[in-house]
Design a protein around this ligand. Sequence first.
Ligand code: NAP
Length: 286
Amino acid sequence: MISGETKVYGIIGNPIAHTMSPPMHNAAFKELELNCIYVPFLVEEAGLVHAIEGMRAMDIKGLNVTMPHKLAIVPLLDHLDPLAEKIGAVNTVVNKSGILTGYNTDATGFIKALLDNCIYTQGQRVVVLGAGGVSRAICFALAEKKYEICIVNRTYTKALKLANEVSNMFNKDIEAYEMNEKNLQSILSEANILVNATSVGMDSTIEKTPVAAALLSSELVVFDTIYCPIETKLLKSAKNNGAKVIGGLDMLLWQGAIAFKLWTGLEAPFDTMKKEVSSILGLHED
Ligand code: NAP
């Protein structure tokens, strides 16, 4: 029951109708019997400043932040977690007595999902496909954990720009390549982990894969950030070839679970959150 003491959390973005975060967090609040509610807020670019003023004025306890606000919100906050500061992007805000602190749980959620599924040895070579917002969070998180990174993107200049930024921040060499079959063939022959952070494999490209099946060896760990569909064509091919695969749902759940802990101080009920999101995505869990 919503009462006068209910704490309000939410997500801001545009568009927002597709978000999985309200059912995921409300299921968690219900499971732990917390008097909290999580709601979506459609916020246009011009409304961001007012939305953050509103967060303070209305004592909204926590927000997730999605496109197009992840970068623009940074100067509006009082403090930044060190990794969020390095990335220059925030997806989670904690409001403690009117002091707003920004975090990037996309980055920490990705690392948690990766480490849950693969043995970490410093210096492993990771090929990241894409140079957009998600790739940015992933590349900074990987660099902080001392992985060797190679960024491959359709638009080479964007890959190079991101590689230079990460390289300058962590004082390490990051390679950048244009995405084509010849480059992928030579890069993947030396890689331990492949991460798809492009949108190839979802929506209108659901029948496509960013990497031909023949290039996916059984030695690779293949991580696709896409969670709808849960098993992309890339993951199906990699699995068929004997590679270990990790889907984007794990990353989605972990970014939510880490945000939940930042807001409430409690361990998130991960299985409950997974069940709720999986049922919405129409999955059968094993
Ligand atoms: P974004 O900033 O728009 O970047 C999109 C990237 O995909 C760019 O690098 C773009 O290359 C590349 N791309 C798009 N179409 C392509 C094509 N036909 N061929 C090759 N490359 C193509 O998007 P984003 O926010 O980073 O999101 C990327 C992915 O992350 C999405 O698929 C989304 O599902 C996933 N995601 C997952 C989670 C999670 O929690 N699991 C959360 C958010 C997003 P150019 O630079 O050449 O345009």
